[in-house]
Write a protein that binds this ligand. Structure first.
Ligand SMILES: O=C(O)C(=O)C[C@]1(C(=O)O)C=C[C@@H](O)C=C1
Length: 379
């Protein structure tokens, strides 16, 4: 048989398969309508297992594995189509439409903004780039920033979520699942760390360095180059600078921003001490209500997937089918679970596309955790 003959055969089979697929989907539609009328759940794992066992037996030992992959995808496609007939309109659709209508055309210039730390913190610097005239309220920890926004004490909150050389800010991701919030804007800020000490102190005098975990990680090579230096962590780089200023000690230095040198009367012992010149931190600006400004082109989701083969792959395939570019996928363990994970997706997408809205509505109707975090502009 020539390649051409073989391809002819494949074409014939595909024609039959496509017809059968359309037939199967039409029946799935009728099943969905029945289920809607009788109030039955969409997912029926018992039935799916029965089908999987039958068709994989039919496929035989060599092809069993491939048949399972095909059928798991088929169930996913089937359930995804069925959701159209089960739910008249997902509440998320209305929420998105309302937010798009009610959000003003321009992002506010002034606002009361919650930041972790004290004056000179990187979150404050980010808030000053996001808003022209922010009134910053400082909080001891990130949890309080989420709470301040949720309780309406502050209109917005600014939080770091990832650094280009040291990776995600894990604790912020973990807090996301405990709070109700939306992302209204995001910012990529270049971070240049300095080693700050009291005037008169020289680098050879420094026996202890204090800073935040993330900043210490971003400056690990510089720290290693100083021999016999004790490392102390604290909850914020600006707090570290203040601590050094108030300590009265001449053998301690803080890793912090250049702004903190001016604010706390310290001098710069060493500049640009981070691992790379291209050191950027991404900050999110959170709000209590969903705000979608014109031009929003980044979308964030938090979701869990069923603990079975291919489920993450199937989720990614849904985004890929719409041609959406994933810019970040973060996974964090769900405490108390048997190695189950919460997934955080960032992608380039706009809610002006009806296909994107429809996919989000479909995902929001499924039994797993699904949280739409926002559609926003990242500067
Ligand atoms: O049989 C059903 O209950 C269906 O809804 C059909 C179907 C399928 O595509 O085969 C789809 C979803 C269910 O989880 C199980 C099976």
């Amino acid at each position: 048989m020539t390649l051409e003959n073989l391809r002819d055969e494949i074409d014939q089979i595909d024609t039959e398969l496509a017809d059968l697929f359309v037939k199967r989907m039409n029946i799935a539609e009728k099943v969905a309508k029945e289920k809607k009328a009788s109030g039955t759940a969409l997912l029926n794992t018992k039935r799916e297992k029965e089908i999987l066992t039958r068709v994989s037996d039919q496929a035989g030992e060599t092809l069993e594995r491939y048949m399972r992959i095909l059928y798991n995808t088929l169930f996913d496609v089937s359930r995804s189509y069925q959701t159209r007939f089960l739910y008249a309109e997902a509440p998320l659709k209305r929420q998105i439409e309302t937010a798009m209508t009610n959000t003003p055309a321009l992002f506010p210039k002034r606002a009361v903004v919650a930041c972790q730390g004290i004056e000179g913190s990187y979150s404050q610097l980010a808030a000053e780039k996001i808003f022209e005239f922010p009134s910053v309220m400082y909080f001891n920890n990130w949890d309080s920033v989420f709470n301040a926004v949720n309780k309406g004490l502050c209109q917005y909150g600014v939080l770091p979520i990832e650094n280009s050389s040291y990776g995600s800010v894990g604790p912020v991701y973990d807090l996301m699942k405990n709070h109700h919030f939306y992302i209204a804007k995001a910012l990529k800020l270049r971070i240049s760390h300095k080693l700050l000490a009291k005037p008169g102190v020289e680098i050879k005098d420094v026996k202890e360095i204090i800073s935040h975990d993330q900043a210490l990680g971003q400056c690990s090579q510089f720290i290693e180059s100083l021999k016999n230096v004790k490392i102390t962590t604290c909850s914020n780089t600006a707090m570290a600078a203040e601590w050094v200023a108030k300590s009265g000690r001449t053998d301690i230095a803080a890793i912090s921003s250049g702004e903190c040198a001016g604010i706390y009367g310290l001098h710069i012992l060493s500049d640009d001490i981070q691992l790379s010149d291209n050191n950027y931190t991404r900050f999110i600006c959170i709000s209590k209500n969903l705000e979608i400004y014109p031009g929003a082109n980044k979308l964030s989701l938090m979701l869990s997937v069923p603990h079975r083969p291919s489920s993450l792959y199937n989720m990614i395939a849904k985004f890929s089918s719409l041609g959406l570019n994933l810019t970040k996928l973060e996974s964090r363990p769900i405490p108390g679970s048997d190695f189950e994970f919460m997934f955080y997706f960032d992608m380039e997408a706009s809610l002006c596309s009806p296909e994107v809205v429809s996919l989000l509505c479909e995902l929001s109707s499924q039994p797993e955790v699904f949280v739409f975090l926002g559609n926003y502009i990242e500067n």
